[in-house]
Design a protein around this ligand. Sequence first.
Ligand SMILES: Cc1cc2nc3c(=O)[nH]c(=O)nc-3n(C[C@H](O)[C@H](O)[C@H](O)COP(=O)(O)OP(=O)(O)OC[C@H]3O[C@@H](n4cnc5c(N)ncnc54)[C@H](O)[C@@H]3O)c2cc1C
Length: 175
Amino acid sequence: MKAIVCVKQVPDTSGKVSVKPAFSLTAEDIKTEVLSVEKAAEKLVDLIGADVIVSVGRGISKDVNKGIELAEQLAAALGGGVVGASRAVTDAGWMTADHQVGQTGKTVHPKIYVALGISGAIQHTAGMQDSECIIAVNKNEGAPIFGVADYGIVGDLFKVVPELIKQIEAAKAAL
Ligand SMILES: Cc1cc2nc3c(=O)[nH]c(=O)nc-3n(C[C@H](O)[C@H](O)[C@H](O)COP(=O)(O)OP(=O)(O)OC[C@H]3O[C@@H](n4cnc5c(N)ncnc54)[C@H](O)[C@@H]3O)c2cc1C
């Protein structure tokens, strides 16, 4: 016959708890090693669905960041536009390849296409010449882009674009 032993449990009301780790880890126990931390992929630009595209070319080389910023501001002033680029810009790594317009980039048909500092090589115009309205800004009056443009402005884009933005904002405010 088995004996049954009854033990009275006395609760610990001291409020103090000590936890001793029941295990230890060494470097060999860790099976995952972080080799590098990559930035998550950024959202790709939607050139195909855009009504307004302001593209930049090598003409922004004097100040690339400023040139891209001006293009973004002009695209916004024209109404939710996006920024495109010539291959010279994407090849230089100034913008990612998803921004490229042309034969080896995207073929686009926006309502408004603005070309800033883009010469208008056939490989570029092949991707944008069917836009409804093309506006080109180039400091060289002989640039081929003027051959496909509906409106052309001969001048330094760094001076022309801020003035364009000012005029657009003034016109919108007057509505
Ligand atoms: C097989 C092949 C495929 C290609 N595919 C593509 C493609 O898909 N898309 C594409 O774009 N290209 C493509 N290219 C490249 C193309 O031939 C041209 O080299 C490229 O389009 C030139 O880019 P860009 O006009 O920005 O530069 P550039 O030809 O160097 O022109 C720069 C322009 O900026 C102007 N400029 C300079 N400074 C200013 C300023 N401050 N203000 C105003 N204007 C200024 C200059 O007068 C000049 O006209 C391809 C080429 C090949 C061989």
